[in-house]
Design a protein around this ligand. Structure first.
Ligand code: BYC
Length: 306
């Protein structure tokens, strides 16, 4: 059996592919693309929430937010290490983010305007990430799958703190409830876009699903997220901003309205509300970290460590 047929047979048997195993170049390429985009998302994802650390309304909330943003950094570093197991060079992966060549999740190009946004990000954005990543925890590439198991555990805390925060506001004063509803209105549709284009317009899905990197499609996961989230919104008397939302007795799903795909593709092209700001912030951080990289390089040279 040639290497390719053996690889396909292993995938069909549900085996996990490990870094030293033979794999087709395209499998490697797809994983580097997807995992590096994921790692970039974790790192850029620190920015919208990080802006609120100094403005958190209590010490408890500040500690929770600080820990969450720090967790996202850990996720990014963890996944970057996974990318390196595929032979990708970390410097060039970073370079692709800083120059705008590599993508990161569209969701992080929206601004965090009020404190309620912090709660809604935990609830919706981490909630969507959990739905997506629970599937990826069973993906065919071992290091990515194992990273997802650990990351999902932390994302669960993130989601719970977000929902708790929003529930508190929703049960608070009139102004607090309005602030929570406004955040839900602004983050709902961008959160649905996190799952990517609809299946018919998703060029990477067929190959990724064949290789069991993705085990479920963009639309399937999006629907699961909608089904999970509507009862949560109802429980705290917040309204999801979609007049077409309707429970379908036949399918057991919540039917929902059409996503504004023009907006999605504009954000991907770099024209979202905060794309420019996010890239500038990452470039500034990279420049400010120059002395740390230099110190590490000199230390490694002196002590002969790699
Ligand atoms: N945003 O063929 P498709 C987090 C791109 S962070 C931007 O369906 P695929 C968190 C896609 O890359 C969670 N780009 O692609 C962190 C492709 O472009 P290229 C981030 C998107 O790969 C901090 C093109 O559109 N999670 O949880 O089959 C604080 C066509 O799409 C998006 C991950 O990254 C998007 N939303 O499926 C809080 C999970 N959607 O590369 C929370 C890992 C699509 O061909 N990634 N594109 O030029 C995935 O599961 C998949 O890559 C996607 C897309 C479902 C995102």
């Amino acid at each position: 059996m040639d290497q390719n047929a053996e690889f396909e047979a292993r995938i069909a048997r549900g085996e996990t592919i490990e870094p030293k195993d033979w794999m087709p170049e395209d499998y490697k390429k797809q994983l580097i693309r997807m995992m590096s985009q994921h790692a970039h998302s974790e790192i850029v994802g620190m920015l919208p929430e990080g802006e609120w650390i100094t403005r958190a309304p209590s010490l408890r909330r500040k500690k929770i937010l600080l820990a969450k943003v720090q967790d996202e950094a850990g996720h990014g570093l963890y996944i970057y290490s996974g990318v390196e197991t595929l032979g990708a060079d970390r410097d060039s992966v970073t370079h692709d983010l800083l120059t705008g060549k590599a993508k990161y999740s569209s969701i992080f190009n929206y601004p965090t305007l009020t404190w309620a946004d912090i709660g809604v990000i935990g609830w919706f954005v981490d909630g969507a990430a959990i739905v997506n990543q629970t599937m990826l925890a069973k993906c065919s590439y071992g290091p990515y799958a194992r990273a997802m198991v650990r990351i999902c555990k932390e994302e669960n805390f993130h989601k719970k703190q977000g929902y708790e925060l929003v529930a508190g506001l929703a049960n608070g004063t009139k102004e607090q409830k309005e602030m929570a509803q406004d955040a839900v209105n602004r983050w709902w549709w961008p959160s649905l876009m996190m799952f990517g284009p609809s299946d018919k317009d998703s060029p990477n899905s067929p190959q990724l699903m064949k290789w069991k990197v993705k085990k479920e499609s963009n639309d399937t996961l999006r629907q699961r997220f909608v089904n999970l989230t509507i009862p949560q919104a109802n429980a705290i008397n917040l309204t999801i901003p979609d007049p077409d939302l309707k429970f379908n007795q036949e399918t057991g799903n919540w039917d929902f309205g059409e996503i504004d795909w023009t907006e999605f593709y504009e954000v991907l092209k770099g024209n979202g509300p905060c794309n420019k700001e996010r890239l500038e912030a990452r470039n500034k951080a990279f420049k400010n970290g120059e002395w740390v990289r230099e110190a590490a390089r000199v230390y490694a040279e002196k002590h002969n460590v790699q």
